[in-house]
Design a protein around this ligand. Structure first.
Ligand SMILES: CC(C)(COP(=O)(O)OP(=O)(O)OC[C@H]1O[C@@H](n2cnc3c(N)ncnc32)[C@H](O)[C@@H]1OP(=O)(O)O)[C@@H](O)C(=O)NCCC(=O)NCCS
Length: 184
């Protein structure tokens, strides 16, 4: 997933990487500080963010999800996204795309789009045919998903709190990799 024309590359996390949970935690803290509604309220402590990533990486090690990272030439993490297998036994074909996070210093350079493309490739390679996600209505992320061909299902008003406690609506998206493969 490396492109010589880009100033970054995207790869699956190697769970043996030292310091990977800490690096991912600092991206998460930065996104919450920047006003992103991604599970946590502001202020998010480094310790809580680290616990989140330690659990996510343990889940990845169990094969429940794949964690992808974008990093610059020096190996510094610029962003991340996850492909999370649906837990229900009657949805082996489905996964969620979750925790798409790009550090503020690296935004608007194509990192988010590259992570989303890579997540779709990982899902396709794993035999998934349906991807689902939700995001804050009117956010930068909503534009990103629509731009990359995701279908809007609808909006749920007041679904979650933003980092400063304000109610936010969420928009649910899906992408069918099955129909995409048929060219529809
Ligand atoms: C949403 C998010 C992941 C997007 O990441 P990103 O790396 O900035 O995404 P991209 O760079 O691919 O695209 C963002 C914008 O930059 C533009 N862009 C991309 N490369 C560019 C370049 N080289 N020069 C100028 N603009 C560029 C894109 O066209 C896009 O424009 P738009 O927002 O006006 O449509 C990021 O804003 C983020 O982490 N937000 C906080 C966390 C969050 O809300 N996550 C979503 C959870 S569901």
């Amino acid at each position: 997933m490396s492109d010589p024309d880009r100033a970054f590359s995207v790869r699956r996390v190697d769970y043996a990487d030292t310091g990977i949970a800490e690096a991912l935690a600092s991206v998460l803290v930065d996104c919450v500080e920047g006003g992103a509604s991604v599970t946590f309220l502001h202020p998010l402590s480094s310790a809580k963010a680290l616990t989140f990533w330690t659990d996510a990486l343990a889940s990845a090690r169990r094969g429940e999800r794949v964690v992808l990272v974008a990093e610059d030439a020096s190996g510094s993490i610029m962003g991340t996204v996850q492909v999370v297998n649906a837990p229900a036994e009657n949805q082996p074909h489905r996964a969620d795309v979750a925790k798409m996070l790009v550090h503020r210093r690296a935004r608007r350079t194509g990192v988010g789009a590259a992570l989303l493309h890579a997540a779709e490739t990982v899902a396709r390679d794993a035999g998934k045919t349906l991807l689902v996600l939700d995001t804050v209505t009117g956010s930068d992320a909503e534009r990103l998903y629509a731009r990359l061909g995701w279908q809007r299902c609808g909006t749920i008003p007041g679904y979650a709190l933003g980092p400063h406690g304000e109610l936010c609506s969420t928009t649910v998206f899906y992408k069918s990799l099955f129909y995409e493969s048929l060219g529809e």
